[in-house]
Write a protein that binds this ligand. Structure first.
Ligand code: FDA
Length: 398
């Protein structure tokens, strides 16, 4: 390649998503010459579609406890140095109206685009050059940094930040470049798998679920071992979805069972017995329909071939019925995979990185931030907060 096509920058950042934009703006504010590249047509596409278009940009309760990783404590320092409150401060200063939906989850009142515009303006003010529709053809380590081949030009960068996100939603441009680069430079990558994803079932389990497609139960308690989430569940044509299922999917592994309590906090057996004593002539359906949608009651009764009046039911039968509502045990066969997963579990191993800088311990000058790192949040704004925090830290160091 000709020498004229070689140019120099202080910092090259791959990936103009949540983490890449934050890291670039922070480095730019420090006076660093920053080039931010992405193969997509627009920056921050996942922010745009997040939170149903309103972006659940953080969670006021964020701590390392809402993260899955080989070492969740790795997140403590970045989350402290650039906290949920710090990001909220920026959103407020920008005049973006927001609200708490539930469980500390903050959403824009209007549109996720407001968060993207804020980040784009930050990039502009910090003098960052943003190059979209740009492929990374290769990265080489040089004596004084990295040589990055962008096809029409080669860039010599003192520091390289990899902020390429996870593998979720390949249709939107997700690639494994970040993991591949980590491996190229000898960094360990924790096995990846789709997370925050709907669960799927075999034909016999799916048939009655399918019939309930569109019905929601809010809240249910879904559990896997000792992990539980009290959130909404949604029946779909493909299986089960909704926040409670997405949450548990990050913990579920092939062959495991999950349990659903459709009426958390309620003593269903006790209440059925009390109802029988009060008026045994009432149909069981009528009583259950006080608490659950009619179609779900029919599904439960059919599954257990239970019908009739309360007076006809022995304690044993009432117990079976109560358990089918409060301890519905299911064995998923899989998940919808990266096609619909909101995040990717696993990634660049935290013991390869320094959490004060997000720099590789083995390869000085190489940084990773955001979802590409083995740090996966629960549903509820935690993943964006990790992107902001880890990228902010990298932005101060590069
Ligand atoms: P992100 O994926 O945002 O950015 C990576 C960038 O790298 C992309 O712009 C991509 O184009 C680019 N890239 C990838 N490969 C490349 C290559 N080979 N060459 C060049 N560029 C490349 N989280 C949350 O906290 N609250 C929420 O409301 C939601 N909602 C939500 C909805 C949906 C549908 C999804 C799929 C995900 C969410 N998330 C979420 C998760 C959240 O979007 C995610 O964790 C962050 O976007 C991660 O930020 P990153 O910057 O690390 O990756």
């Amino acid at each position: 390649m000709e020498a004229s096509l070689l140019r120099k920058v202080d910092v090259l950042i791959i990936g103009a998503g949540a983490a890449g934009m934050m890291a670039a703006a922070e480095a730019g504010k420090r006076g660093r010459r920053v080039l931010l590249v992405d193969h997509a047509k627009k920056a921050g596409d996942k922010i745009r579609i997040s939170g149903g278009g309103r972006c659940n940009f953080t969670n006021i309760n964020t701590s390392f406890k809402q993260f899955l990783s080989e070492n969740p404590r790795f997140a403590i320092s970045p989350l402290k140095r650039f906290s949920a409150q710090d990001f909220i401060g920026r959103v407020r200063a920008r005049g973006i109206a927001f609200h708490e939906k539930t469980l500390g989850q903050l959403f824009c009142d209007e549109s996720a685009q407001q968060i993207i515009d804020m980040l784009l303006d930050d990039l502009h003010e910090a003098g960052v050059e943003l190059r979209l529709r740009t492929q990374v053809h290769g990265v080489e380590k040089t004596e004084n940094g990295f040589l990055i081949d962008l096809g029409d030009e080669r860039v010599q960068a003192e520091k390289l930040v990899v902020a390429t996100g996870g593998k979720s939603i390949p249709k939107m441009g997700a690639t494994s470049l970040g993991y591949d680069l980590a491996q190229q430079f000898g960094l360990r990558v924790v096995e990846t798998r789709p997370a925050l994803v709907p669960l799927t079932f075999d034909q016999s389990t799916l048939a009655p679920i399918k019939a309930l497609a569109g019905v929601a139960l809010d809240p249910v308690q879904v559990s896997h071992g000792k992990t539980r989430f009290d959130e909404a569940l949604l029946f779909t044509h493909r299986g089960l979805s909704g926040p409670a299922i997405l949450q548990i999917s990050s913990f579920w592994r092939e062959g495991d069972q999950v349990k659903v309590n459709m009426l958390p906090g309620q003593d269903v057996f006790g209440q059925l017995r009390a109802a029988r004593q009060e008026n045994g002539k009432r149909a069981v359906q009528t009583v259950l329909s006080q608490w659950l949608p009619k179609r779900v009651v029919e599904f439960v009764m059919d599954e257990h071939k239970i019908a009739g009046n309360l007076a006809d039911m022995s304690d044993k039968k009432l117990k079976t019925l109560a358990d089918s509502v409060a301890r519905w045990a299911l064995k998923p066969t899989g998940s919808e995979g990266y096609r619909t997963a909101e995040v990717t579990l696993g990634g660049v191993a935290t013991d390869e990185l320094d959490n004060r800088t997000m720099e590789s311990k083995k390869v000085p000058g190489l940084y990773f931030a955001g979802e590409v790192v083995d740090m996966t949040g629960w549903l509820g704004g935690y993943n964006f907060q990790w992107a902001w925090s880890s990228a902010w830290v990298a932005g101060q160091a590069v």
